[in-house]
Design a protein around this ligand. Structure first.
Ligand code: FE2
Ligand code: FE2
Length: 293
């Protein structure tokens, strides 16, 4: 049975960038220098006009249940929706334009290029640069009519207790899983340190792109893609009890990636046209020419 949501419930944000802009308010500095104050963030949210973001989290926390994830995986991981050459997919993604704030907002391609160019400037391996360049391609989910809260937003494990460090934890009161005995204990359906590969995450652009790319990129790249929105772990360390030793090693890469995603905005945008040949070669080195969505 396909759930129906009203337009307001599907798209509480002016645009999906609002979530990332809000992340910068919550995490204004990189992890190693963060002197964060949750109170400041709460005060900001409770006093200023950011109702759209709050509403976004309310819907995300209410509807992202274990069963919801199972359904979305069934629907999207067959990759039968669309077949596109890589560059068409980039163009397609770019039709997701934020028109709420034309002065400061960048199109999706610019965010990807700024992330990847910052990685390249630091001399990292080419697969890391490619990871930066593609990491948000899963947002094409929006163009298939998916609700914003099922595409972006911090991700978290489903099937066990929701960590208190997740932004607006009180909204999980509306999530039926928090009253379900199978799911509402610390470990829920999981074993201690069972490894993240055995843990189902809330559904969004991370898992979707990971599943699309898993045969083509080195493991650290796959961790970066799969967990880049998993702030409750990579910033808050709230799920150490589910990670195994290998995950802990690999999450160092997720940590390495995060500043490029959050803090790579530059005043002069990269020249997409001039950079295209470099990225064409890079994409051709690792990925098939046509991708299935
Ligand atoms: Fe992302
Ligand atoms: Fe991003």
């Amino acid at each position: 049975m396909k759930a129906e949501y009203s337009e307001k419930e599907k798209n509480p944000l002016e645009s999906i960038e609002e979530w990332e802009e809000d992340l910068l308010i919550r995490y204004p500095e990189p992890k190693d220098t963060q002197a964060k104050s949750k109170e400041d963030y709460r005060n900001y949210h409770d006093s200023e006009r950011v109702d759209t973001v709050k509403e976004f989290y309310r819907l995300n926390h209410k509807y992202q249940t274990y069963d919801f994830v199972v359904d979305k995986e069934k629907e999207f991981l067959k990759f039968e929706k669309k077949e596109m050459p890589f560059w068409d997919a980039i163009t397609y993604l770019n039709t997701l334009v934020d028109d709420s704030d034309p002065d400061t907002s960048l199109d999706q391609l610019q965010h990807l290029l700024q992330t990847s160019e910052a990685i390249r400037a630091d001399g990292h391996p080419d697969w890391f640069v490619l990871t930066g360049f593609i990491h948000d391609m899963g947002k094409v989910l929006c163009l298939f009519g998916e609700p914003q809260w099922a595409v972006v937003g911090d991700t978290f494990p489903v099937g066990c207790q929701h960590a208190n460090s997740i932004v607006y934890p009180e909204f999980f009161n509306d999530n039926p899983d928090s009253r379900d005995e199978r799911f509402n204990s610390k470990y829920g359906i999981y074993e201690p340190n069972c490894g993240m590969d055995n843990v189902k995450m809330s559904w969004g652009h991370d898992e979707y792109l990971y599943q699309m790319m898993k045969d083509y990129l080195p493991e650290p790249a796959l961790y970066m893609i799969r967990y880049h929105s998993f702030y409750p772990q990579h910033r808050e360390n709230s799920y150490d009890h589910l990670l195994n030793e290998h995950d802990k090693e690999m999450f160092k890469w997720v940590d390495k990636f995060n500043p490029y995603d959050l803090y790579s905005k530059v005043p002069v945008p990269p020249d997409a046209k001039a950079l295209r040949p470099y990225y064409e070669d890079l994409v051709a080195k690792y990925l098939p020419s046509t991708l299935k969505f």
